[in-house]
Ligand binder design. Sequence first.
Ligand SMILES: [Zn+2]
Length: 392
Amino acid sequence: MTEFVCAECGRESDNSSGFDRCVCGGPLEYLSLIRRGSRISLDTGCLLIDFSDFLPPLRYDSSVSLGEGRTPLISCEGPELEGFKVLLKNETVNPTWSFKDRGTYLTLLDAIKRGFSRFGTVSTGNMAASVAAYGARAGLDTSVLVSADIPDEKIRPITVYGPRVARVKGDYSDLFYKSIGSASSWGVYFSNSDVSMRVEGSKTIAFEIFLQLGEKVPDYVIVPTSSGGNIRGIEKGFRELREARLTERTPTMIAVQASGCSPIHQAFQNGRESVERFHNPSTIAHAIENPLPPSGNSVLKMLRRNGGTTIAVDEEDIIQAQQRLALRGFFVQPASATSLAAIEKLKKLGSLNGSTVVSILTGSGLKYPSALDKHPAQVIDVSIDSLDSLFR
Ligand SMILES: [Zn+2]
C-alpha cells in the first residue's frame, strides 16, 4: 500500500523499512487521506485527537504524552513593525521548550506502533532534549548521538533525562544518514530532524494558527530554518487545509537562516535546485546551524511551488532582535530571534506591508544561556538603608 511520497522526486513508496528515505535520497512524506469534510478543532487540547482527520493513523496514548502543542499566538507591536500585524507563535512553552516536542510525540507513537523498544536521535540541541524526555516518559531505551565537540552547557540538558549519550567522532552530516539507515539492524527508531512523522508533527503548528486566527490563514509565515523539516511540515499543514476546502489560499512561506550558515538561502537566491554544503559555518544561532540540511532540496522545491522566499540575517541583527523580543517578554534562543530580524529586514526592503505575518518562536532562550554574554547585565547596587534614593 502506497502511503508515502518522496518530497523531492515524487516517487511513491510504502516505507515498510521505516528508513524514511527515497532511493533518490529525498525525504519520504506521509500521503494524508484528505477529503472534503475533514475537520480540525482545539476541543481536547490533544493534537493527535483534535487533528486526527489530517494525521497518520497512530494510536492515541496519553501515557506517553507530555502535553505538547496548543501554544499561544500572541501579537507583537513596536515602532519597527509599524505597518504589519505581527503574531508570534510561541513554541517555547512546549514541554521541553521547543517546537520539537510535537514531532517527537508522533515519532514516539510511530516507534511503538512499529514495535521498537529503542528510541533515539542525532542532535545536540532542542531535538536531543525532546527525544530524551519523551523516551524517558515512555520508558524506552533511548540513545542520543551528539558531535564530539559538544560543550558541557549543551550536554547536561540532555543527560538529565537519563538517555545513553554518545559523543561521535566523524562527519556529523553522515551520522544523520548512517543512523536512520541502520535503524532496523540496531533496533533503534531514529527520530531525526526531517523524518516523515516529525514533519507530520510540524503540520499541527499550521492547524493551530488557522484556528487561532478564526479559521483564516496569515499572509506570511516566517520560519527559522535548519534541516528544513519544520517549514516543510507547516507548509504541508496549510496546503492540506486548502485541499480539504477549509481555506482557499495558503500563506507565503519565508525561510530565514543566519548569514553565517545559510545553505538554503544561497541555493534559493542563486536559482539552484539543490543545496551545497556551507563551508566554515559560524553563527550564534546554533539551533539552525546545519551546513548540509537533509531537507534542503525539498525546501527549495516547496518554496518555488508556494511562491515563498528565503532571507538571511546578520549576527548583530539576530542579537538585537533577541534583545527586543526579551524587552517585550519573550526570551527566545538566538535562532528564534532570526524571524523578527527577518521581518525588520523585509520591511526595509519594502516587502510585506499591511500584511499579517506569523513568526515562529521555535525555542526558549534558557536553552542557550551563554548567549546572555551578548546582553550585558544592568544592575544597580544599593544598600537597604538607601532604597529611598533608588526610587526617588
Ligand atoms: Zn525521491
